[in-house]
Ligand binder design. Sequence first.
Ligand SMILES: Nc1ncnc2c1ncn2[C@@H]1O[C@H](COP(=O)(O)OP(=O)(O)O)[C@@H](O)[C@H]1O
Ligand SMILES: [Mg+2]
Length: 251
Amino acid sequence: MYTDTSDAPEPIALRLEAVSKSYRTGTARVPALREVSLSVPAGTFTAVMGPSGSGKSTLLQCAAGLDTPDSGRVLLGSTDLSRLRRRTLPAFRRDHVGFVFQSYNLLPQLSVARNVILPLLLGGRSVEQDWLQYVLEAVGLTGLEERKPQELSGGQQQRAAIARALITRPDAVFADEPTGALDSAAARQVLDLLRHTVTDLGQTVVMVTHDPAAACSADNVLFLADGQLDGSMANASVRDITERVAYLGER
Ligand SMILES: Nc1ncnc2c1ncn2[C@@H]1O[C@H](COP(=O)(O)OP(=O)(O)O)[C@@H](O)[C@H]1O
Ligand SMILES: [Mg+2]
């Protein structure tokens, strides 16, 4: 062996460099993110926690290219999102980013299978049947492919949305409170599924959650307070996270 890779940095799936974002409300500007810098290693599960209004959704939307920072840079995989043109960003997102919303956002008129493969169809890409079957099986929806979303439970709909997020093998999957509308049993299944996509498929997942029990499925928990990063924890217990959340922003 000619190269010693033991000191090689782990590959980074997502990097934010001094990302700031504010919203205009009337004449005032509300800062939502203030110079947030962070790195997410590829193949890890990251949870983002913080009080309501601390900037969690804005952080996820900027990281996923659904929103544009006022300043700073977002690098996803090997792509600097700020260098993409406004017109090419939607196609980049469709091919490289998976996004899971609290409200599933499945198209009601399409079957589960059509919903799952939609990003491929829209991108003019062919459907690898083996991968589709694998993904449907991984999310536990084999046999339910031809149902319409309203013929599924909330938990099943969210698992279909996760399958849709995985189908393109994206650089990262972003999930904003994916268990927020689910009962605790369905929430547990969705969290186990996200964990499984990281551990077994090597997927990178970034999830916003209010729930310490959900956050402890993650490898790392990032804490946001008032638009700024306020520390992180690795492999934390529910108890550690619950205690930490109680003191957020009290610096
Ligand atoms: N579209 C918007 N217009 C105006 N203000 C917004 C908008 N979206 C978010 N904000 C404000 O930005 C801050 C951060 O919001 P958000 O990222 O949604 O926080 P979180 O997801 O942690 O609750 C809050 O003060 C919120 O009121
Ligand atoms: Mg939010």
